[in-house]
Design a protein around this ligand. Structure first.
Ligand code: ZN
Length: 298
């Protein structure tokens, strides 16, 4: 689960992309291929992007949902090489469920943070190693090598990792940063304060590009991240403004006003992310919840 559509442009096009067919991103010294999943939909946009790194000792990032056809596509793309690692950015159903079966077939080890106790989580994924922020996974790839740095980025979910391919400055962002839309932040496991902190932390990394789990590559990483932070803070300010204007109000009334720029059919998703904003505002001492009504602290 990834996309809130609270403010996204209509649709996410990945023009010319054939789902399941590997596309060489040809970004630098380390080979990176992208395979678009066979799972387009309202929550996944064009589908889940899986990334295959290396030439002989491979790492697959986010294998996606269980899908026999896509599993065969992975095996075809792997060919005579060895799949050494399967890394999952998080354990939502469109990212991790295929990992276990593919690991059993290939002997790859599983790397990621196990599922928290929350809705929509894939508990079949169990990491083969304990992962902590800053861990570097070194991969000898024939005569060459590449290294992956794990960056813990809670917010969309508490167990979210971004993965930095250090030789290329390429950050695999999972659902933390998406192209053309914004991720849903679903409390209580999703947390807006954490999300903003996790975005700010990315600004310290030596980034060259962002490779999201949904949508196209982004080649201006700092601009994209700063835009996303500004967008969330602007929405927060709008929610607080609406709260001050309305006085005590239900979240149904509040969402109408705070998201008056969003189509009414999308308000059900907007409301979820709004609740994450409200929890942050409450923690910041700016809003108060007196069930079932919210009000601003003046
Ligand atoms: Zn997700």
């Amino acid at each position: 689960m990834s996309i809130s559509h609270d403010d996204s442009p209509a649709g996410l096009a990945q023009a010319g992309l054939v789902p399941g067919a590997p596309v060489d991103l040809a970004t630098g010294a380390v080979r990176v291929r992208r395979l678009l999943g066979l799972n387009p939909g309202p929550m996944t946009g064009p589908g889940t992007n899986s990334y295959l790194l290396g030439t002989q000792s491979l790492t697959l990032i986010d294998p996606g949902p269980i899908d026999a056809a896509q599993q065969q596509n992975f095996l075809d793309a792997i060919g005579d090489a060895t799949l050494t690692n399967i890394v999952v950015t998080h354990t939502h159903g469109d990212h991790s469920p295929a990992a276990k079966g593919l690991a059993a077939l290939t002997g790859a080890r599983l790397i990621g943070l196990n599922a928290p106790d929350a809705a929509g989580q894939d508990h079949s994924f169990v990491s083969d190693r304990v992962c902590t922020d800053g861990d570097v996974i070194a991969c000898q790839d024939g005569a060459s090598h590449y290294s992956l740095q794990l960056v813990h980025t809670p917010g969309h979910v508490s167990n979210h990792l971004c993965v930095l391919l250090r030789e290329e400055g390429m950050l695999f962002t999972g659902d933390h940063v998406l192209q053309g839309t914004t991720p849903v932040i679903l409390p209580p496991d999703g947390n807006m304060s954490d999300y903003l902190n996790s975005l700010t932390r990315l600004l310290e990394l030596p980034l060259v590009s962002l490779a999201p789990a949904h949508g196209e590559m982004m080649l201006a990483p700092f601009t994209e991240i700063e835009k996303l932070i500004a967008h969330r803070l602007k929405r927060e300010a709008k929610i607080l403004g609406a709260l001050r204007e309305l006085g005590e109000c239900s979240d149904d009334d509040l969402v109408q006003k705070a998201y008056d720029d969003v189509g009414s059919h999308l308000l059900v998703w907007a409301k979820k992310t709004m609740s994450a904003h409200l929890i942050k505002l409450e923690q910041d001492g700016l809003a108060l919840f007196d069930a079932p009504l919210w009000k601003a602290v003046r």
